[in-house]
Design a protein around this ligand. Structure first.
Ligand SMILES: CC(C)(COP(=O)(O)OP(=O)(O)OC[C@H]1O[C@@H](n2cnc3c(N)ncnc32)[C@H](O)[C@@H]1OP(=O)(O)O)[C@@H](O)C(=O)NCCC(=O)NCCS
Length: 179
Protein backbone atom coordinates (compact mmCIF):
# COMPACT_ATOMS: atom_id res chain seq x y z
CA UNK A 1 0.00 0.00 0.00
CA UNK A 2 1.99 2.96 -1.26
CA UNK A 3 -0.53 5.75 -1.23
CA UNK A 4 -1.33 7.10 2.20
CA UNK A 5 -4.65 8.78 2.70
CA UNK A 6 -4.51 11.04 5.70
CA UNK A 7 -7.05 13.15 7.50
CA UNK A 8 -7.09 15.73 10.25
CA UNK A 9 -10.14 16.72 12.25
CA UNK A 10 -10.02 20.38 13.19
CA UNK A 11 -11.12 21.04 16.75
CA UNK A 12 -10.25 24.73 17.03
CA UNK A 13 -9.38 27.65 14.75
CA UNK A 14 -5.65 27.23 14.02
CA UNK A 15 -3.29 29.97 15.17
CA UNK A 16 -0.79 31.35 12.67
CA UNK A 17 2.81 30.83 13.81
CA UNK A 18 5.31 33.59 13.03
CA UNK A 19 8.58 33.28 11.15
CA UNK A 20 10.31 36.63 11.19
CA UNK A 21 11.65 36.58 7.61
CA UNK A 22 8.64 34.96 5.93
CA UNK A 23 5.27 36.27 4.79
CA UNK A 24 2.40 34.32 3.24
CA UNK A 25 0.18 35.57 0.44
CA UNK A 26 -2.34 34.17 -2.01
CA UNK A 27 -1.94 33.60 -5.73
CA UNK A 28 -2.16 36.99 -7.43
CA UNK A 29 -1.83 36.32 -11.15
CA UNK A 30 -0.10 34.54 -14.05
CA UNK A 31 3.33 35.70 -12.83
CA UNK A 32 2.93 33.20 -10.00
CA UNK A 33 2.67 30.21 -12.33
CA UNK A 34 6.42 29.88 -13.10
CA UNK A 35 7.18 30.53 -9.42
CA UNK A 36 4.90 27.67 -8.46
CA UNK A 37 6.31 25.35 -11.12
CA UNK A 38 9.92 26.10 -10.12
CA UNK A 39 9.13 25.59 -6.44
CA UNK A 40 7.67 22.18 -7.14
CA UNK A 41 10.61 21.17 -9.30
CA UNK A 42 13.04 22.20 -6.55
CA UNK A 43 11.04 20.60 -3.74
CA UNK A 44 10.45 17.27 -5.47
CA UNK A 45 13.81 17.00 -7.18
CA UNK A 46 14.95 14.05 -5.05
CA UNK A 47 11.49 12.55 -4.47
CA UNK A 48 11.20 8.78 -4.82
CA UNK A 49 8.97 7.97 -6.57
CA UNK A 50 9.68 11.05 -8.70
CA UNK A 51 7.06 13.52 -9.82
CA UNK A 52 6.91 14.97 -13.27
CA UNK A 53 7.36 18.59 -14.25
CA UNK A 54 4.18 20.59 -14.70
CA UNK A 55 4.50 23.63 -16.94
CA UNK A 56 2.40 26.75 -17.25
CA UNK A 57 0.01 25.47 -19.87
CA UNK A 58 -0.66 22.36 -17.82
CA UNK A 59 -1.23 24.49 -14.73
CA UNK A 60 -3.76 26.59 -16.62
CA UNK A 61 -5.54 23.56 -18.02
CA UNK A 62 -5.50 21.14 -15.11
CA UNK A 63 -5.57 23.43 -12.10
CA UNK A 64 -6.86 26.90 -12.89
CA UNK A 65 -9.45 25.45 -15.22
CA UNK A 66 -10.81 23.03 -12.63
CA UNK A 67 -13.92 23.66 -10.56
CA UNK A 68 -12.12 23.07 -7.26
CA UNK A 69 -9.33 25.65 -7.61
CA UNK A 70 -9.42 29.25 -6.43
CA UNK A 71 -6.71 31.92 -6.18
CA UNK A 72 -7.71 32.56 -2.58
CA UNK A 73 -6.98 28.95 -1.70
CA UNK A 74 -3.46 28.86 -3.12
CA UNK A 75 -0.75 30.20 -0.82
CA UNK A 76 2.86 31.22 -1.34
CA UNK A 77 5.41 31.74 1.42
CA UNK A 78 8.13 34.21 0.47
CA UNK A 79 10.94 36.18 2.10
CA UNK A 80 9.66 39.52 3.29
CA UNK A 81 12.61 41.57 2.02
CA UNK A 82 13.32 39.99 -1.39
CA UNK A 83 10.03 38.22 -2.18
CA UNK A 84 11.91 35.02 -2.89
CA UNK A 85 9.33 32.20 -3.08
CA UNK A 86 10.13 29.49 -0.53
CA UNK A 87 6.99 27.36 -0.32
CA UNK A 88 3.47 26.78 -1.57
CA UNK A 89 0.31 24.83 -0.81
CA UNK A 90 -3.15 24.60 -2.36
CA UNK A 91 -6.53 23.71 -0.90
CA UNK A 92 -8.95 22.02 -3.25
CA UNK A 93 -12.69 22.00 -2.60
CA UNK A 94 -14.22 19.08 -4.41
CA UNK A 95 -17.98 19.00 -4.80
CA UNK A 96 -19.44 15.56 -4.13
CA UNK A 97 -23.08 14.56 -4.49
CA UNK A 98 -23.81 15.23 -0.85
CA UNK A 99 -20.91 17.29 0.44
CA UNK A 100 -17.87 19.38 -0.39
CA UNK A 101 -14.52 17.93 0.67
CA UNK A 102 -11.43 20.04 1.37
CA UNK A 103 -8.17 18.41 0.29
CA UNK A 104 -4.53 19.47 0.35
CA UNK A 105 -2.46 19.61 -2.83
CA UNK A 106 1.12 20.42 -3.78
CA UNK A 107 2.66 21.25 -0.45
CA UNK A 108 6.26 22.09 -1.34
CA UNK A 109 9.06 23.88 0.48
CA UNK A 110 12.33 24.78 -1.22
CA UNK A 111 15.15 22.56 0.14
CA UNK A 112 17.13 25.65 1.25
CA UNK A 113 14.26 26.68 3.55
CA UNK A 114 13.34 23.43 5.25
CA UNK A 115 12.96 22.84 8.98
CA UNK A 116 12.30 26.48 9.81
CA UNK A 117 8.53 26.07 9.98
CA UNK A 118 7.53 27.19 6.45
CA UNK A 119 5.28 24.18 5.80
CA UNK A 120 3.75 24.49 9.27
CA UNK A 121 2.98 28.16 8.54
CA UNK A 122 1.45 27.40 5.13
CA UNK A 123 -0.68 24.64 6.61
CA UNK A 124 -1.90 26.96 9.36
CA UNK A 125 -3.17 29.35 6.67
CA UNK A 126 -4.83 26.47 4.84
CA UNK A 127 -6.44 25.02 7.97
CA UNK A 128 -7.59 28.45 9.12
CA UNK A 129 -9.24 28.97 5.76
CA UNK A 130 -11.00 25.59 6.12
CA UNK A 131 -12.15 26.44 9.60
CA UNK A 132 -13.47 29.85 8.56
CA UNK A 133 -15.42 28.24 5.72
CA UNK A 134 -17.04 25.84 8.19
CA UNK A 135 -15.07 22.70 7.35
CA UNK A 136 -13.91 20.56 10.27
CA UNK A 137 -11.82 17.96 8.47
CA UNK A 138 -9.14 18.04 5.78
CA UNK A 139 -7.88 15.15 3.63
CA UNK A 140 -4.78 14.52 1.61
CA UNK A 141 -2.93 11.83 -0.27
CA UNK A 142 0.78 11.32 -0.06
CA UNK A 143 3.27 8.60 -0.87
CA UNK A 144 4.59 6.23 1.74
CA UNK A 145 8.08 6.72 0.27
CA UNK A 146 8.04 10.48 0.87
CA UNK A 147 9.28 10.16 4.41
CA UNK A 148 9.67 13.85 5.23
CA UNK A 149 6.09 14.48 4.14
CA UNK A 150 4.82 11.54 6.16
CA UNK A 151 6.65 12.70 9.28
CA UNK A 152 5.54 16.25 8.77
CA UNK A 153 1.85 15.37 8.43
CA UNK A 154 2.00 13.06 11.44
CA UNK A 155 3.54 15.87 13.48
CA UNK A 156 0.65 18.13 12.51
CA UNK A 157 -1.92 15.54 13.61
CA UNK A 158 -2.86 13.96 10.28
CA UNK A 159 -3.80 10.30 10.65
CA UNK A 160 -4.46 7.38 8.29
CA UNK A 161 -7.99 7.02 7.08
CA UNK A 162 -9.36 3.55 6.51
CA UNK A 163 -9.30 4.11 2.77
CA UNK A 164 -5.57 3.54 2.24
CA UNK A 165 -5.07 2.32 -1.26
CA UNK A 166 -2.91 -0.12 -3.17
CA UNK A 167 -2.24 2.40 -5.91
CA UNK A 168 1.42 3.15 -6.39
CA UNK A 169 1.12 6.92 -6.86
CA UNK A 170 -1.16 9.56 -5.41
CA UNK A 171 -4.11 10.10 -7.76
CA UNK A 172 -3.00 7.61 -10.42
CA UNK A 173 0.15 8.72 -12.21
CA UNK A 174 -0.53 12.41 -11.81
CA UNK A 175 1.15 14.54 -9.21
CA UNK A 176 -1.83 16.82 -9.15
CA UNK A 177 -3.33 15.14 -6.12
CA UNK A 178 -0.17 14.88 -4.08
CA UNK A 179 -0.44 16.64 -0.77
C1 LIG B 1 7.47 17.87 3.77
C2 LIG B 1 7.92 19.33 3.67
C3 LIG B 1 6.79 20.11 3.00
C4 LIG B 1 8.19 19.88 5.08
O1 LIG B 1 8.50 21.25 4.97
P1 LIG B 1 9.28 22.07 6.12
O2 LIG B 1 9.02 23.51 5.89
O3 LIG B 1 10.70 21.64 6.17
O4 LIG B 1 8.53 21.59 7.44
P2 LIG B 1 8.49 22.37 8.85
O5 LIG B 1 9.80 23.07 9.07
O6 LIG B 1 7.27 23.21 8.90
O7 LIG B 1 8.37 21.13 9.84
C5 LIG B 1 7.45 21.08 10.93
C6 LIG B 1 7.70 19.79 11.68
O8 LIG B 1 7.41 18.65 10.83
C7 LIG B 1 8.36 17.61 11.12
N1 LIG B 1 9.24 17.39 9.97
C8 LIG B 1 9.36 18.16 8.86
N2 LIG B 1 10.27 17.64 8.01
C9 LIG B 1 10.74 16.51 8.62
C10 LIG B 1 11.73 15.55 8.24
N3 LIG B 1 12.43 15.63 7.08
N4 LIG B 1 11.97 14.52 9.10
C11 LIG B 1 11.31 14.43 10.26
N5 LIG B 1 10.36 15.32 10.69
C12 LIG B 1 10.10 16.35 9.86
C13 LIG B 1 9.19 18.09 12.31
O9 LIG B 1 8.50 17.70 13.49
C14 LIG B 1 9.12 19.60 12.13
O10 LIG B 1 9.35 20.31 13.33
P3 LIG B 1 10.87 20.57 13.83
O11 LIG B 1 11.67 21.06 12.66
O12 LIG B 1 10.70 21.60 14.91
O13 LIG B 1 11.37 19.24 14.34
C15 LIG B 1 9.24 19.46 2.83
O14 LIG B 1 10.20 18.56 3.34
C16 LIG B 1 9.07 19.24 1.36
O15 LIG B 1 8.76 20.17 0.59
N6 LIG B 1 9.25 17.98 0.89
C17 LIG B 1 9.20 17.63 -0.53
C18 LIG B 1 7.81 17.81 -1.10
C19 LIG B 1 6.79 16.93 -0.42
O16 LIG B 1 7.02 15.78 -0.06
N7 LIG B 1 5.57 17.52 -0.26
C20 LIG B 1 4.45 16.84 0.32
C21 LIG B 1 3.81 16.02 -0.74
S1 LIG B 1 2.45 15.10 -0.12
Amino acid sequence: MNVLQLRKCLVARPELPEISEIVVRNYVGPGDIPLWSNLLDAAFTAAQPPVRHMDGSEFSRQIQGSHWWSAKRMWFAETNNTSEPVGTVTLGLRQGKTRTSPSIHWLAVHPAWRRVGVARLLMAHLEQSCWDAGFRQVDLETHRGWRAAKKFYQTLGYRNTLRSSTRTKPDASNRSASG
